[in-house]
Design a protein around this ligand. Structure first.
Ligand SMILES: NC(=O)c1ccc[n+]([C@@H]2O[C@H](COP(=O)([O-])OP(=O)(O)OC[C@H]3O[C@@H](n4cnc5c(N)ncnc54)[C@H](O)[C@@H]3O)[C@@H](O)[C@H]2O)c1
Length: 421
């Protein structure tokens, strides 16, 4: 018999995961019930997955009041609701839960969820999708094989992309630390998770510097207006012009945010007029120098690990493309990764290109696909092996490091020992 999954949060992530379940796993898994606080989302999405009215819910409370209605649950709401919904899911009796990251920006909350999951025999998996991609799995495999010796240091850069940063962290959902989390947690808990996974040793201390350097009122160009379509005289030369990014750029030039119109309008299907209206009056048409954003647009984090190894993570908004770079230095050789391509150089030996068997769809999408495939395997009992699975237990370290980094940054870069947070 088919297994069933319910989903709370029918935005970008929830619908992507549901799409993968339908496209690749429909012989094993069906969508049972859906929940979103926006009726429009339920009306748009539920028919595509043949979910009847009586299994559509407008609040998590109403959904949980039904008891555990499916074999598993996916939680893809916004950051601030993850803790409460995941807690209710465990207490309601769900035994397999896929929860979007970040779990919480409060240590007591994510450790409480870890303990609650353990006490109730629930498997709470956090969507650190990158770990599931062939690319990062290959890196881990090489490290474990000992070919590059013991890791001495890791230098990892998350190039967020200027347009992506503006969309998410200046105009959008992750712009405000209080409403979501600091950008080093929201954006880089994936990267920190990778570093900690590669190290396989507890992090001992962290120090960090960074700031919101650019997306501030004083950097607005001459002639800028509060909205791009509200008479801005700097539009022509501003790379952040919302009209250009979301409407005018042709397909070959367009950045991926152009295809996230649902985020702008709240509707699955959009006309040009809908998008224009959203840009005139909504968050995403605002001048990037005149928003209510407060999260860092650049941050450096240094980490020391119990095994004596070190790591540096750089997060920055200012790249033309979104990509991650990773340089892993071992006692016998090094790995140099450019997001999809990987090279291994062994000291006194050869330098070789490593085939990662990562499809050319980008590490993130590949990770998303494989995360869902791994989730289905767990759901169907095809595997019980939790090695390398991003359980809440395995996630705590990435969140601890991110919180320690913020504490350090706010204290002028002074070291923070993890046992103190
Ligand atoms: N794993 C990753 O790589 C990755 C990438 C991007 C985003 N995310 C995370 O995924 C989550 C979802 O992101 P998204 O881009 O899909 O957001 P989104 O805003 O597109 O979707 C969230 C949906 O949840 C609904 N919702 C919000 N609060 C709710 C509540 N209390 N009850 C029911 N429904 C509620 C909203 O109406 C919306 O439809 C965020 O926490 C984000 O940080 C993870």
């Amino acid at each position: 018999m088919k297994k069933t999954v319910s989903v709370i949060g029918l935005g970008n992530r929830g619908t992507e995961y549901m799409g993968f379940l339908k496209a690749f796993h429909s012989s094993k898994v069906g969508i049972y019930a859906l929940c979103d606080c926006r009726k429009q989302a339920l009306d748009d999405i539920a028919p595509k997955f043949s979910v009847p009215q009586e299994r559509r819910f407008l609040s998590a409370e109403a959904f949980f009041a039904q008891g555990p209605v499916s074999d598993a649950l996916i939680v893809t709401t916004q950051d601030a609701s993850h803790y409460e919904i995941a807690k209710q899911a465990i207490l309601t009796g769900y035994k397999l839960i896929l929860l979007e990251k970040p779990v919480s920006g409060v240590k007591e909350k994510y450790t409480e969820l870890r303990d609650l999951a353990a006490a109730n025999g629930a498997l709470l998996i956090v969507c650190h999708v990158l770990r599931y991609s062939n690319y990062y799995r290959k890196i881990k495999e090489i490290i474990c094989s000992g070919q590059i010796g013991e890791i001495v240091t890791v230098n990892h850069t998350e190039n967020v992309g200027y347009f992506h940063f503006a969309h998410s962290f200046v105009r959008g959902n992750w712009r405000d630390e209080a409403a979501s989390t600091p950008s080093i947690l929201a954006k880089c808990c994936h990267d920190i998770d990778l570093i900690a996974w590669f190290m396989d040793s507890p992090c001992v201390s962290v120090s960090s510097v960074g700031s919101l350097k650019y997306f501030r009122r004083e950097n607005a160009p001459e002639g800028a207006a509060p909205t791009c379509m509200g008479g801005c005289r700097a539009k022509k030369t501003c790379p952040y012009d919302a009209e250009r990014l979301y409407i005018k750029d042709p397909f070959y030039k367009a950045k991926f945010i152009k295809y996230m119109k649902r985020t702008l309008t709240g509707k699955a299907k959009n006309t040009r007029a809908d998008v224009q209206e959203a840009l005139r009056h909504g968050d995403y048409g605002r001048c990037v120098f005149m928003c209510d954003n407060d999260v860092c647009d650049n941050q450096l984090v240094t980490m020391t690990f119990a095994n004596g190894a070190t790591a540096v993570l750089e997060m920055n908004a200012f790249s033309d493309k979104m990509h991650r770079e990773c340089h892993i230095v071992g006692t016998k050789g090094e790995l140099i990764g450019y997001g999809t391509k990987l090279q291994m150089r062994l000291f006194g030996g050869k330098s070789e290109k490593v085939h990662t068997f990562s499809p050319g769809i980008g590490g993130h999408v590949e990770g998303d696909l494989r995360l869902v495939a791994g989730f289905v395997k767990l759901l169907c009992g095809e595997t019980t092996d939790l090695t390398d699975i991003t359980t809440i237990e395995a996630t705590v370290m990435s969140h601890d490091i991110a919180l320690a980094a913020e504490a350090s940054r706010k204290n002028g870069g002074a070291p923070v020992f993890l046992k103190e947070i």
